[in-house]
Design a protein around this ligand. Sequence first.
Ligand code: ME8
Length: 646
Amino acid sequence: MKKTFFITTPIYYVNDVPHIGHAYTTIAADVAARYKRLAGYDVFFLTGTDEHGQKVQQAAEQAGREPQAHVDDLHVRFKELWVRFSISNNDFIRTTEERHKKVVAEILQKLYDAGEIYKDSYEGWYCMADERFWTEKDLVDGNCPECGRKVDKIKEFNYFFKMGQYRDWLVEHINQNENFIQPRSRRNEILGFLKKPLDDLCISRPKERLSWGIPLPFDDQYVTYVWFDALINYISVHGHLEQIKDSDYWPAAHQLIGKDILTTHSVYWATMLKAIGLPLPQNIFAHGWWTVNGQKMSKSLRNVVEPNRLIDQFGVDVIRYFLLREVPFGLDGDFSHKALIGRINSDLANNLGNLLNRTLNMLKKYFKGELPKPDVKGDEDAPLTAKSAEVIKQVDALYDELAYSKILAKIWEFLDAANIYVNDTAPWNLAKTDDGKKRLATVLYNAAEACRVTAILIAPFMPETADKMMKQLGIDTPVDQQGLDSIKKWGWIQAGTQTHQGTQIFPRIEDKAAAKILESVTLGDDDSISEKPTEANGKGQITIDEFMKVDLRTAKILEAEKVKKSKKLIKLKVDLGTEQRQVLAGIAEAYEPEQLIGRTVILVANLKPAKLMGHESQGMILAGSNDQTLILGGFDGDLPPGVRVK
Ligand code: ME8
């Protein structure tokens, strides 16, 4: 029977702008999924979006749209980013899908019938941002202990899940299953949390306050609490309850999350599964938190390091590599362009690029690019093949712990061994004598096989690079068809293969270019990361990277009014999908305010705000004009607000 492997990411809030934090978890899950596929597992990798709740309802109201239309547009940003990041998810679940809502209702009814859910009056402090109730003693300086925002006192009838009764059982489960919560520090944190009595969980919200949710099947005056709804995504993807029980993919091997949502997963989710009668995931891994140049990433569009921009500048595989190499999985990390460039130059251009390059170079020079037959053994061969076998074994074990950074360090140990092998065997000297030439064939064969072994090992992290390396090595069989077994025995690559040296897979970023990149990334006025405006070069041209720094977005005009005492200015309120902005536009001589409402225009979204006639303008709208006419830029079809214009 085939071995199965189910891995999940959190389902991200659909309202958020996807940033490198979201990408981090998703890439980490992708790497494990890709590795297990290579190892022959039947893998199911799930990600998705969390689409109910108060914040979505409010954002939709502000945009003047139905929540469903709103989330239908917004969730695409995550889907698109995952395509760009080469994410190989098998499914993408949205909590507004029928398949999910049906299972949530089924579970609620089952728990209600079993007496696991009861109705009670409740008085507590409610944090709108986190959509959570807190008790008086939880509050910090009278504010939400999680986000520090203001809380409101609310008294109402609600439904509760009898979570508290499972405390002792949960402690026991955590104690008996060492890997259930990782890393260890997080496990201890939850055991500490469980020393206090565990409250029951409020799982409903009255419809009059919040209508955007899954109705309770036993009381249509209430909708389901967004966390109770969202957590169920991990099983609703497998079908209804009986199907889940029979599913080969439940329980999950790994559920990857950030440390921010550890309690909801290791306490709420675990006790929910217990009450439903389903097994618990084998592992919940709560990784650390990324800051950027020491700053907390803010959710607003202008403040985060935009992953799309990073991909444009450095390439997908570089970012995938950097995020997982730089910081041990589980610890907090700081993203900096300087560290990124350092890794590109040392690990990628030097160690990896160099091995491939010099191997292909010498094959071309001494054998017209055709891989020779390895006939003459030498003292240096055995340590290289032994290192390969050792690293493959160690890497496999490290995947069980999701120790990505260590895995990469191990692979790089092998790369170092391969580079040392080339140095020690000195092919350039062997090429000088007839006897030496026989040995040279073996050395270059082994160097090429070392490149292939490396390509397979790095493929989960850098799938595009692995494909490029295979192409240059002249291997047509795709990486996943070669599989892990192909590197367990040395010598898969065929003598006679015609290699094709291509362009450098990772060119060095020279000091001058690095300085330019670093100079363009500065701390902005608002303590956030922003890009310095760049100057056009001597010919008045800009590079594509410079152009991409201008964040052009579609924006829908919601309101428009003339600015008093100004002939030209109109004050607009525009919707950017994730937020609304006030923008001043000098278009009053060409347009009446009424003509503008509902139009989709192009907004320069990352322009520094400016004051015009006493009003703040948060961006600029594009228009074409000459002496006679001014016409707003737009599109010949419909696009939702917030879409990037390139
Ligand atoms: O919490 N560093 O969604 P969310 C590292 N919908 N990881 C980060 C990060 C950062 N700075 N920022 C975000 C939710 N993440 C719920 C989840 S699951 C049933 C419901 C990652 O959009 C990290 O994985 O706020 C974190 O747990 C998750 O995004 C939070 O995503």
